[in-house]
Ligand binder design. Structure first.
Ligand SMILES: [Zn+2]
Length: 444
């Protein structure tokens, strides 16, 4: 079955930055087989895009889906105070609430044009099972791709860490559970819908041994590695006091820099840190809204890009960015880059590229992030006849500068996930109702 999507402004995000103003996309068996702007090819079915802007599906590179349950807390807090206030609430997470939270966060992301979501889950209260399985189930039901991490914390407050002792785990149990999840859920190869990554939480909540053994496990199983890094100046001071070095030096010492690693935030990298990231091909998940919400600062992303660092975007968890809207994050990345470096610091197309190609590269996914023959048929179609884009001649710049609230259509692997601005496979009202019910249990 060949389906032709025609009559849209196709932004391919390929190496040449090709765009087809009156373009088409040919899809077969979930993959793009051709893209162009000339005469339309033959197909079994023709879908009219109605003049929409079509971008690759957006790729989210950092999230904590469970945090939708605890929004708008610790409203004036910095990172460490925010964490200390929220850890006790997060200790109440179980599979049922995780499922409700994941459906909410994933639905929000899908409605913002996001087709692939990385989730960093690191809270595993004792005796609760099925948390990762719950979020994978939610992703499968909605139709988006998920890279779910089996995260971890093993450095409790009594050992000099930040999390309460009841939320930390034993190293062997973490590693064994990670390997179990990989065996049960991880898909490899182009078009994978579910993948597992290894993601110890952060240098201030994880021991050196768990960091090292996590890297060894990931490399043995061919998985990617992720952690939080250099989010705040307090973290710099913590690292210096505990380990006698900067967060980047600490990672380097652990063998944690490399093309299979990406780190969230990286707001505070020194010139040496930038050179280390670039030289080792370590990636960055840039989360500007969360960094602003917690007053952590603004990552110098222009410098990262100029140094050749791979950069993707992340909405981060909903306790530090109450809205899981990835197109809004594309706009935010552009605005903060200009806030730091002036109006030429980032173009609209560069910002869009961070949210597509950049994210795919950071996740180590060569099969998504652009619309080219052989890539997954993951794309977002944005209406151009609504309130936001009217009056813009350059519709791509118009899309990024305005960041419309909803995508019109989201296709993942050739299947509709959003159509007419509504979820195809789930009821948004029911998701919200169930989520409100679950979130009540977390109320203070
Ligand atoms: Zn985070």
């Amino acid at each position: 079955m060949k389906t032709l999507y025609a009559g849209g402004w196709i932004v391919t995000c390929d190496d040449a930055g090709s765009e087809h103003e009156s373009g088409w996309l040919l899809v077969e068996h979930g993959f793009v087989t051709a893209v162009g702007g000339n005469e339309e090819p033959q197909a079994d079915e023709r879908v009219d895009l109605g003049g929409a802007v079509v971008t690759p599906g957006l790729v989210n590179t950092h999230h904590h889906l469970y945090q939708t349950l605890t929004r708008a807390r610790a409203q004036q807090a910095d990172l460490f105070s925010w964490l200390r206030e929220l850890y006790p609430a997060w200790a109440g997470i179980d599979a049922e609430s995780e499922y409700a939270a994941a459906r909410t966060g994933l639905a929000e992301l899908a409605l913002s044009g996001c087709s692939t979501v990385f989730d960093h889950h690191y809270v595993f209260p004792r005796g609760r099972s099925g948390l990762i399985e719950a979020e994978v189930q939610a992703a499968r039901e909605l139709g988006v791709r998920i890279v779910a991490s089996r995260g971890s914390m093993d450095l409790g407050v009594s050992d000099g860490g930040l999390p309460p002792d009841e939320l930390v785990e034993e190293i062997d149990a973490v590693l064994a559970d990670t390997e179990r999840l990989v065996g049960e859920l991880h898909e490899s190869g182009p078009g994978a819908h579910v993948q597992i990554a290894v993601a110890p939480c952060s240098p201030f909540s994880v021991t050196k041994r768990l960091m090292t053994e996590s890297a060894a496990l990931a490399r043995r199983l061919g998985l990617t590695l992720h952690t939080h890094l250099a989010e705040t100046l307090e973290e710099d001071a913590y690292c210096l006091e505990l380990y006698g070095c900067t967060p980047v030096e600490y990672l380097a010492d652990l063998g944690w820099l490399g093309g299979d690693v990406w780190c969230a935030h990286c707001v505070h990298l020194s010139a040496n840190g930038i050179a280390d990231f670039a030289g080792s091909q370590t990636g960055v998940a840039h989360c500007p809204t969360s960094n602003l919400r917690l007053g952590a600062g603004v990552a110098p992303v222009r410098q990262y890009l100029d140094a050749g660092i791979r950069v993707g975007l992340g909405v981060d968890g909903s306790a530090s960015n109450e809205r899981s809207d990835l197109l809004f994050e594309v706009k935010q990345a552009l605005l903060v880059a200009r806030g730091r470096g002036g109006p030429e610091a980032m173009t609209a197309r560069e910002a869009l590229r961070l949210g597509t190609r950049g994210g795919a590269s950071v996740l180590g996914r060569g099969d998504i992030g652009s619309l080219e023959p052989g890539k997954c048929a993951d794309f977002a179609a944005w209406r151009t006849d609504g309130l936001e884009l009217g009056g813009a001649d350059d519709l791509i710049a118009g899309l990024v500068f305005s960041a419309p609230h909803r995508v019109d259509r989201l296709v993942v692997g050739g299947e509709d996930v959003v159509r007419g601005g509504a979820l195809v496979r789930a009821d948004e009202t029911e998701i919200a109702r169930n989520h409100r019910m679950q979130a009540r249990r977390f109320a203070t």
